[in-house]
Ligand binder design. Sequence first.
Ligand SMILES: *[C@@H]1O[C@H](CO)[C@@H](O)[C@H](O)[C@H]1NC(C)=O
Ligand SMILES: *[C@@H]1O[C@H](CO)[C@@H](O)[C@H](O)[C@H]1NC(C)=O
Ligand SMILES: *[C@@H]1O[C@H](CO)[C@@H](O)[C@H](O)[C@H]1NC(C)=O
Ligand SMILES: *[C@@H]1O[C@H](CO)[C@@H](O)[C@H](O)[C@H]1NC(C)=O
Ligand SMILES: *[C@@H]1O[C@H](CO)[C@@H](O)[C@H](O)[C@H]1NC(C)=O
Ligand SMILES: *[C@@H]1O[C@H](CO)[C@@H](O)[C@H](O)[C@H]1NC(C)=O
Ligand SMILES: *[C@@H]1O[C@H](CO)[C@@H](O)[C@H](O)[C@H]1NC(C)=O
Ligand SMILES: *[C@@H]1O[C@H](CO)[C@@H](O)[C@H](O)[C@H]1NC(C)=O
Ligand SMILES: CC(=O)N[C@H]1CO[C@H](CO)[C@@H](O)[C@@H]1O
Length: 595
Amino acid sequence: MMLLLLLVSLLLGIGGALKIDLQTPDGDNVRPLPHIWTSTGFSPELRNTTNWTWPLDLTKDENHGLAIIGSLRYGALTHVRIHWLLDFVNASEIPGDEKHVTFNFTTLDSTVAHLRRHNLRPAFELMGNPTGGTFISKIHRRRLRDLLLKMTARYQAAYGANETRLWRWETWNEPDLRQYWNQTVPAYFAYFRAVVDALRDAGLRVGGPAGIFRPRHRICWEVLDEVAKTTNPQDVLSFLSFHHKGSESADQVILGTRAVIKEIRARYPKLGNLSITNDEADPLSGWWKPREWRADVRYAAMVVRTAGRLLDDVSFLSNDNAFLPQAPHFFTQRTLLARFRESDNSTHFFLKPVAVSLALLSLLGDKRIESTTSIDDDRLTIISGACWSDAEDFEGATIISFGDETKADFKESISVDLPLRCVGARCVDVRYTVFLLDNARTNPWRVWRDAGSPSTPETALRRRMRDAQGPYRAVASAPLTPRLSLTLRLPSVALVQVCSRRDALPRAPTNLETLQPAPGETLLLWSDQDVGTRCLLGYEVQGRSGFDGDWRTLTHGSILTQWHHAGSEQEYRVRAVDLWGRNGTFSALLRPATY
Ligand SMILES: *[C@@H]1O[C@H](CO)[C@@H](O)[C@H](O)[C@H]1NC(C)=O
Ligand SMILES: *[C@@H]1O[C@H](CO)[C@@H](O)[C@H](O)[C@H]1NC(C)=O
Ligand SMILES: *[C@@H]1O[C@H](CO)[C@@H](O)[C@H](O)[C@H]1NC(C)=O
Ligand SMILES: *[C@@H]1O[C@H](CO)[C@@H](O)[C@H](O)[C@H]1NC(C)=O
Ligand SMILES: *[C@@H]1O[C@H](CO)[C@@H](O)[C@H](O)[C@H]1NC(C)=O
Ligand SMILES: *[C@@H]1O[C@H](CO)[C@@H](O)[C@H](O)[C@H]1NC(C)=O
Ligand SMILES: *[C@@H]1O[C@H](CO)[C@@H](O)[C@H](O)[C@H]1NC(C)=O
Ligand SMILES: *[C@@H]1O[C@H](CO)[C@@H](O)[C@H](O)[C@H]1NC(C)=O
Ligand SMILES: CC(=O)N[C@H]1CO[C@H](CO)[C@@H](O)[C@@H]1O
């Protein structure tokens, strides 16, 4: 039964026409829209010091950073691929008793708990060697197996076997590079077999080999040779992973990814059933290289483009961009956040446009809407998705990335004309809203530079930088208009959201909590997992300074599930306001622990 039929067609200014039909799912016609872009990764900062020791741990800033990126919006990011996770375990040997190693999981436990608390799952690379030694040795292999079995049993017991199956277990990162794998090739294969066997015995499967697959990279090709020889490759590997980056280009990632897949598929027809991923799909290798485009909407547009263009090629992607920048490159490294660290207890974080673009992508539903275009401007990438609730409420969105690699040119723009048409019984009160990211309106980096690029931005400047994080709302909430015109500057990421009116009001936000990244400041985070709709005017945050005082509205209108308060209140509560201006239920109230 089709209660609602929405037809949105977009006509783009320069000659061509793009038509997007949004209509209720009609059985087999609906294809899923997998959100392939929800993974990120990084290497712990401490691992990059010469004097680190077991157990490795995340720094306070890294923990804050993960909380922030995990709270962009529910589902904006789902997995974090962290190098060296096994080094978070501390092993002790009983002298003279080589058979018995005891493992202390305290640090790994708290890291995993922190991820789960902030809506993230580990993309668990089985990388690190807390017992030391080479895996050529049978004793060390046995220790590795012991570690893996204890660890998986531990997390299956704590989180459930179904949950740990969603963790994307993976073999050692880039074993072809000495910086990561410093043992021999035979030791690698001994490691590989031990890992595959241990995980299978734990009821899990592991993906890999997470390599670069250049012709000279023996290890990764030999892994595939070996897997292809087995009767059931799918019992050995759950997915095939490789890394392919660009040299300052999203298109090099897109074309290069397709080329690697084509070569692997041609050489190993027997592996044709294995899903495949480029889980380091960054437009430039070397996370630390400062590049101006990494600071602004150019990077966001590249990430959206890569995700949109590779939808049919990979089962998921990952960008390796959960690093934290180091002074003086506060904005310009391969990171989602900008960071100004003043002391052990005082760090100022800002969302870069690339982080906010992930929040916009999360507004796309899980059903694919075909978008065909006859426009021949290749700088546009468009993804459309929708979801229909049980009550046949419609929530759809189209994201448009307009970018030309690392080029930024305010004067260059494209005019997008959108005739919006709705047909059907539920069209009565359909509303739309438009979000924009561009370098004029949502560019904290520019605000900071215009203020003279201070290495310790003061309070007023920090507020202006936060005000520029976006997303900028070009249309707050309006009845479906027959025609909408958008002018997109180079570069831009735009999202048009179209929603039918629901009967239900937004439910309460959950898991409201506060962090204190800097003295006297409060970062509020909450989850919209149970709110029930993504069609919002935004969240209203209220606070009061005494338990029986009046609640005051501190902010409203942002769709992000976090808010930075340059102050602190005794109590906070948050509610969602939907596109029709209807107030949802308040969250449980929160009294920050500092009181
Ligand atoms: C490593 O050295 C730095 C300074 O050189 C010091 O601040 C830090 O505490 C040391 N870390 C460890 C784990 O010993
Ligand atoms: C890690 O294990 C070693 C060896 O048993 C021990 O000396 C050290 O104190 C442990 N570290 C921690 C933080 O428990
Ligand atoms: C495990 O390590 C933690 C510190 O990381 C320490 O506090 C704890 O006592 C250790 N547990 C055992 C049993 O040694
Ligand atoms: C785990 O998943 C299976 C298959 O989807 C389901 O039947 C089972 O109930 C789940 N177990 C738990 C504890 O949720
Ligand atoms: C390999 O790296 C580990 C740390 O991961 C280090 O302990 C070991 O000494 C290194 N081995 C060689 C041969 O460089
Ligand atoms: C792929 O999987 C299907 C079903 O699991 C199986 O029938 C088919 O033979 C497999 N193909 C290859 C090439 O392994
Ligand atoms: C930082 O915080 C810790 C723990 O909250 C506290 O012990 C320490 O004194 C603080 N340091 C500074 C410089 O404020
Ligand atoms: C929502 O709450 C605000 C007060 O915060 C009030 O002004 C407004 O009228 C309410 N909206 C509706 C639709 O009830
Ligand atoms: C101490 C140390 O190893 N520092 C390195 C951290 O990582 C950057 C980028 O890889 C290197 O340039 C440093 O030398």
